[in-house]
Design a binder for this molecule. Structure first.
Ligand code: SPV
Ligand code: MG
Length: 299
């Protein structure tokens, strides 16, 4: 008996309403504001605050595991984080998929698994696996432009729904390679099928991303991450024609400061009385985790 070789399905019945919503938002010309998160709760807090999308941050997911963002966790762990976020909110989740967790086949598999999970956007960056967080001052190495374009093509081929958004991220500025390299790479990535580009910068002001925007001529939507150029406003982003800003880690940084401050006060005072007025109540935890709705199901 002959066994037919396994062939991946090329048709879909996958409902991808959030991917369609994200794609429409990119097409609308409105600025999309995304907040970084690492789990269901942090994603829900971002949505509750009014953000249009959640960024499933590799830095935050790594830190939430007590690990640095240097490719230690595997795809399944990052995916589990993104799935918890996707299930906890209604806005689209854009997943930080690092380098695609390996080579072209890994990038293809990443697309398959994230898309199957309902994640609206997949972002893959042009660094060499294993990668280090962009703000680490050593060991930043880029993959050749053609090699990364091949990786994007593999991810695109693996994509089932036409709605899912593939964002190609260049770390050209992070590696000190300048505007021309960033432009050349982003054009190649769009040629390879990327739906949008993320131009990362660790400059203390927005001059790198603004110089990119002047030369790019809106070939495809542009995503920026204004972590080091914190005074870059949403209005400036809109004026420059930027499609999405990601506040990638400010939520986690706020939580770290608040938790440290709370525990220091508790130890110093010998009781929790002083912190009670300024911390969320248990009732609030019940509310944000949907206690009433769940108990209703058990009625
Ligand atoms: C992340 O949130 O993991 C990012 C953004 O990739 S950054 O940390 O700025 O590189
Ligand atoms: Mg990251």
């Amino acid at each position: 008996m002959s066994i037919a070789p396994y062939a991946p399905s090329t048709t879909t019945t996958l409902p991808a309403p959030r991917a369609a919503a994200l794609r429409d938002a990119f097409a609308s010309g409105r600025l999309i504001r995304a907040a970084g998160a690492h789990d269901g709760l942090s994603a829900r807090l971002a949505e509750e605050s009014g953000f249009d999308a959640v960024w499933a941050s590799g830095l935050e997911i790594s830190a939430a595991h007590g690990l640095p963002d240097v490719s230690l966790l595997g795809m399944a762990e990052y995916l589990a984080g993104a799935v918890a976020m996707h299930r906890s909110v209604e806005v689209p989740v854009v997943a930080d998929c690092d380098t695609g967790f390996g080579g072209s086949l890994n990038a293809a598999y990443t697309m398959m698994r994230y898309e199957e999970a309902g994640v609206a956007g997949v972002c893959i960056e042009d660094k060499i696996f294993p990668k280090r967080n962009s703000f680490v001052n050593s060991g930043q190495k880029l993959l050749g432009v053609e090699e990364f374009a091949t990786k994007l093509e593999a991810a695109k081929r693996a994509q089932v729904s036409t709605d899912t958004v593939l964002i190609a991220r260049t770390e050209a500025f992070i590696c000190g390679l300048g505007l021309q390299e960033a432009l050349t790479r982003c054009h190649a990535y769009v040629d390879a099928g990327a739906d949008a580009v993320l131009v990362h910068s660790k400059a203390v002001d927005s001059h790198e991303v603004m110089s990119f925007m002047r030369e790019w001529e809106h070939r495809a939507p542009v995503v920026v991450v204004p972590t080091t150029y914190a005074d870059f406003s949403a209005d400036e982003a809109r004026e420059a024609g930027i499609a999405m800003v990601i506040y990638a880690n400010q939520g986690m940084r706020a939580a770290i400061t608040a938790i440290r401050d709370t525990w220091a006060t508790v130890l110093a005072q010998g009781s929790t009385a002083a912190v009670e007025p300024r911390i969320a109540s248990v009732k609030d935890i019940f509310a944000i985790s949907g206690m009433d709705a769940w108990l209703e199901m058990d009625r």
